[in-house]
Design a protein around this ligand. Sequence first.
Ligand SMILES: NC(=O)C1=CN([C@@H]2O[C@H](COP(=O)(O)OP(=O)(O)OC[C@H]3O[C@@H](n4cnc5c(N)ncnc54)[C@H](OP(=O)(O)O)[C@@H]3O)[C@@H](O)[C@H]2O)C=CC1
Ligand SMILES: Nc1c(N[C@@H]2O[C@H](COP(=O)(O)O)[C@@H](O)[C@H]2O)[nH]c(=O)[nH]c1=O
Length: 626
Amino acid sequence: MPPPPAPPQLRGVAPAPVAAAPSFLRRPVRTRLRLPAARAAAAAASVPASQSPDAHDAALLSRAADVADRSAGLTSPHPNFGCVIARPQREADGAEPLVVGEAFLYAQGTPCAELLAAQEAGEQARGATAYLNLEPGDCYGDSTAIGSLVQAGITRVVVGLRHPLKHLRGKAIQALRSEGIHVDVLGEDLQSNSFKEALESCLTVNAPLLYRAAFNVPFSVLKYAMTADGKIAATGGHASWVSGKASRGRVFELRGRSDAVIVGGNTVRLDDPRLTARHVKGHVPVRIVMSQSLSLPEEANLWNVNEAYTIVATQRGARRDFQKKLAMKGVEVVEFDMLNPRDVMSYCYDRGYLSVLWECGGTLAASAISASVIHKVYAFLAPKIIGGVHAPTPVGELGMSQMTQAIHLVDETYEQIGRDMLLSGFIQPIPDLSPVIPSVDEIPSVDPKVSPYEANIISFYKTWDTFGAFSNFSPHPIHMPDGNGDYFTWPTVEHYYQAHKFVGIDNPQARTIVQEIKLAKSPEEAARIGRTRQKEFPELVRTDWEATKIDVMYRAIKCKFSTYPSLTDMLLSTAGSVLVEASPHDLFWGGGREGEGLNYLGRLLMQLRSEILGTFPASVEAVDAA
Ligand SMILES: NC(=O)C1=CN([C@@H]2O[C@H](COP(=O)(O)OP(=O)(O)OC[C@H]3O[C@@H](n4cnc5c(N)ncnc54)[C@H](OP(=O)(O)O)[C@@H]3O)[C@@H](O)[C@H]2O)C=CC1
Ligand SMILES: Nc1c(N[C@@H]2O[C@H](COP(=O)(O)O)[C@@H](O)[C@H]2O)[nH]c(=O)[nH]c1=O
């Protein structure tokens, strides 16, 4: 499997931030430190911090959060996991532990942070302590994270946060303890004042996941650039540029850390934006336009879907002729009965998005704040004055008449960027889910036996979902032939599937593409390369692809499930249930948003399940008929 970028060799518990950490969540000037009430009370029993074991634990946990943060923006936003392995340097009290390994999860479908850190530590991991900002998500039916720590000889694990998703919460902690490893959880086993910063780092680095788990919406950030007199554009609507180059560079980073960027129709009409994360290498978010009228230009940068995918969210029935034109350009149009920010956020939640960046003007921003979907604000302030009574401002009408009604940002930070100032703050504090941690008995688990599930629907999509192991992005390498008939270990089913679009084509460019996909660092990247090359070079795609792709997929998933017994158990445990890949946009492999998709992946899994159980002849049609 191609390794993710090697973590730099860092030693010691230097307080300096990890080099090259993206800056989205940096806290340069912290004015207030907010600790969720329950935890603050727990932390009240103060312990002298300097050089105490708690201070070391806290520093290493913060470091794990910083390491975790390095993955953000490289791939599609996902929970950020970091692992730091450290051991005492000598027996003397107060000596700083030595960091012997550290790593982060690069993407879903790549080796977990614990495995990479343990590999880096090697023999030095024996008897050492592993610091994890987040409880590992054992969402694949196996337990690589736990197995790696156990095999490495780790004797103590310090966990910053229990996993916020119910089906994962407490599982890994319990598994580690049952392996005889001593586990300390922040706020439960470790409660001194020294952990305030560490806890906050752990909460912040996974804020999107926590909001998603708590409120069933993605984490939403409103970002705008305004002049010193509070305008986001000149009176006529001209806005390029309010903020300086360095600030706009920071915006590219913010985009790279988001699943989607949203603007309103008016911003499209006036700015013709691109909304890409150009200049930073990594993830490119989906662009979403909210427009009720659909009076949008025929030609616009956002309609160029070769740059990034675009979705237009509109009112049901709006300008159907124009909807068709957009669809012809590859733009997805989604109709809502009543277009509003909350429903659009529910839709984004269903699509599995963790975080959304709002880059709209004041009209839509006010609507989104009023609907309580905005969690955080990034306000870039440029040292300029433009004036204009009617020049647009960042937030339109909120219906407030007294200053006492103003929304107060919390956990605010200030940072100078070039000649601009960036003020950020939370509108809604990061939810700390620890008070509602269920006991382990309450945690639903996947029955490893064939279980008498009633006929119902089991959906899967993101790899961290309960049945996330069914996703082609799950990190289960498969050993199968490549184009030359040589056996190769494909990091995921997705890698194998995407590469096979070009396998067997007698053309050097096609062979290069196969190679490129083989080496893709994550399934997401493999998918992106496969799809874009297919669009760019249709002549390089095998002519029998449409007829053969189902077989290719079936071979791959069959290999995956037969290689990993835990996956077979999980598949059999769903007997009697209909499996649906809950992809709202892939109408061939997925089930679609309202069940309109063909759900071929779900069907193939059911076919495989039947084959293993020996109940059905192996064919998709047979499953379909059933
Ligand atoms: N400096 C900065 O950071 C930024 C500046 N700007 C500037 O702001 C100006 C545009 O601001 P503004 O007019 O407020 O633009 P918006 O981006 O807020 O767009 C408003 C439009 O959003 C659509 N919309 C859809 N649903 C809703 C809803 N529920 N509530 C409100 N609007 C909805 C409507 O589109 P429709 O009419 O199509 O139905 C509406 O006209 C431009 O001059 C632009 O340059 C914009 C973004 C950032
Ligand atoms: N004018 C303005 C911003 N405007 C936002 O950026 C969008 C343009 O993005 P792009 O086309 O990708 O460069 C624009 O439509 C609006 O949403 N942003 C800023 O950081 N600073 C600025 O001064």
